[in-house]
Design a protein around this ligand. Structure first.
Ligand code: CU
Length: 212
């Protein structure tokens, strides 16, 4: 089967920017890493960004996804391509996830993962650019006691910072690692779903685009 035949590139349909070739997802950011160093998306040019948005106080979803990220990284090690990507964890909880908190959390998973945080406005901005759904729900009377419901996706960007693909929960770590391998080796260049499932599956995971 030719996977590209009749392929459905979902981001081509969801127009937010103007002009051809401009991805709907992604964009510049300037944040702080887990060592307190200012990092921008430009720092990662030349490598594929492999990103996840979550929060360190997440009781179950994020630990599960971080375990997957760690396992994917070790599969990429075995494929000898892990140096072609930079794994990134961006917090959606800037109030609680400062650099130190991120450092402690990420050292439990994989020290190669770049943790990023920022001011609430900076995080809001990057979440909008990557269309990350997140919604806070308080647990009790203490305002610091809350959970955040959020989208569960890995994002893949190319070495120029253009969005190329996302990987949801339905994909196994082996499938994700194989896709990443294909992207970094040039066998795949952008997201196209051979069965048009992608456009449907991501639309209810992401907040609606604002037509502005
Ligand atoms: Cu989470």
């Amino acid at each position: 089967m030719n996977a590209m035949a009749g392929a459905h590139c979902w981001y081509a349909e969801t127009r937010i920017g103007q002009g051809y070739g401009k991805a709907d997802i992604g964009g510049p950011f300037v944040l702080l890493d887990q060592n307190g160093k200012t990092r921008s998306d430009m720092d990662f040019r030349g490598k594929h960004m492999f990103m996840y948005f979550g929060f360190t106080y997440c009781p179950d979803i994020c630990p599960n996804e971080m375990m997957r990220m760690k396992q994917i990284l070790s599969l990429l090690d075995k494929m000898h391509v892990s140096d072609k990507i930079v794994p990134i964890f961006i917090t959606i909880d800037p109030e609680r996830d400062g650099p130190l908190q991120l450092k402690e959390y990420l050292s439990d998973w994989d020290s190669r993962i770049v943790g990023l945080t920022g001011t609430p406005d900076q995080i809001k901005d990057v979440c909008q650019k990557y269309r990350v759904y997140h919604s806070k729900s308080t647990l009790g009377n203490n305002p610091g006691d809350y959970l955040i419901d959020h989208s569960i996706l890995f994002y893949m960007l190319d070495p120029q910072g253009n969005f190329v693909d996302y990987f949801g929960k339905s994909l196994s770590i082996e499938e994700i690692a194989m896709k990443i391998f294909k992207y970094v080796s040039g066998a795949l260049t952008r997201v196209c779903s051979p069965n048009s499932v992608a456009s449907k599956s991501i639309d209810h995971l992401l907040p609606p685009l604002k037509e502005e």
